[in-house]
Each structure stands twice: as structure tokens, then as C-alpha cells.
Design a protein around this ligand. Structure first.
Ligand code: H2B
Length: 100
């Protein structure tokens, strides 16, 4: 099983992940993505979903119109692991491809 990152390792990883912060009240990381409109937001979610499914690692997320709130944690490990960092990086890369 993938290991939980220490608080220090989490901080270091977050330093290289623009927009991602520690989630409040639980061991997880989060980011709110804001797009141009619903079409861009849902396009992002569609691309991210395909990556997540391939990784067998799935986001908790909430979409309201052009905003997508994402929280990542590894439930099996009870915290943040390298899988969350990898998915967060992929989401940032996907969002960059999305005009808006
Ligand atoms: N996604 C996330 N975010 N955390 C997990 O612990 C997790 C998952 N576990 N997707 C996977 C699926 C697990 O339930 C399956 C059985 O591999």
C-alpha cells in the first residue's frame, strides 16, 4: 500500500503544486478551480476523470457552474500519499490545457 506522507513531506509537495493547500479539519489537500464557463469546467472534469480511473485513484469533488472544488486523499491510507500528489499535478496540467 502507498504510504502516508509526513506533514513535512506534504508541505514540500504543496510548494510545487500551485493553488493546492491543506484541507481544513482532515488530512487531505484541496484546490478550487475556476473556469470560463460550465463547458470548460465539465471538460476539465471529464479529462481528470479518465486520468483518475486509469490511476484507480479518485477525487472528491463538487461542481457549481464554472467552479470545481477538489479534495484529494488516499482513503486506504488515511491521509495524503504520492498518488494524491500525482493526481493533483495531472489536474493542474489538464486545467492549463483548458482555455478559460
Ligand atoms: N481513491 C482514493 N482517492 N483513495 C483511495 O483509497 C482509493 C481510491 N482506493 N480509489 C481505491 C479506489 C480502492 O478502493 C480500490 C479497491 O483500489
Amino acid at each position: 500500500m502507498t504510504e502516508r506522507l509526513s506533514a513535512e513531506a506534504r508541505r514540500q509537495a504543496l510548494g510545487e503544486l500551485p493553488g493546492w493547500t491543506e484541507a481544513q479539519g482532515r488530512e487531505a489537500i484541496g484546490k478550487t478551480f475556476v473556469f470560463k464557463d460550465f463547458n470548460e469546467a465539465f471538460g476539465f472534469m471529464t479529462r481528470a476523470a479518465l486520468v483518475a480511473e486509469k490511476m484507480d485513484h479518485h477525487p472528491e469533488w463538487r461542481n457549481v457552474y464554472k467552479t470545481v472544488e477538489v479534495v484529494l486523499s488516499t482513503h486506504d491510507a488515511g491521509g495524503v500519499t504520492a498518488l494524491d500528489i500525482e493526481l493533483a499535478k495531472a489536474m493542474n496540467a489538464i486545467a492549463k490545457l483548458t482555455p478559460g
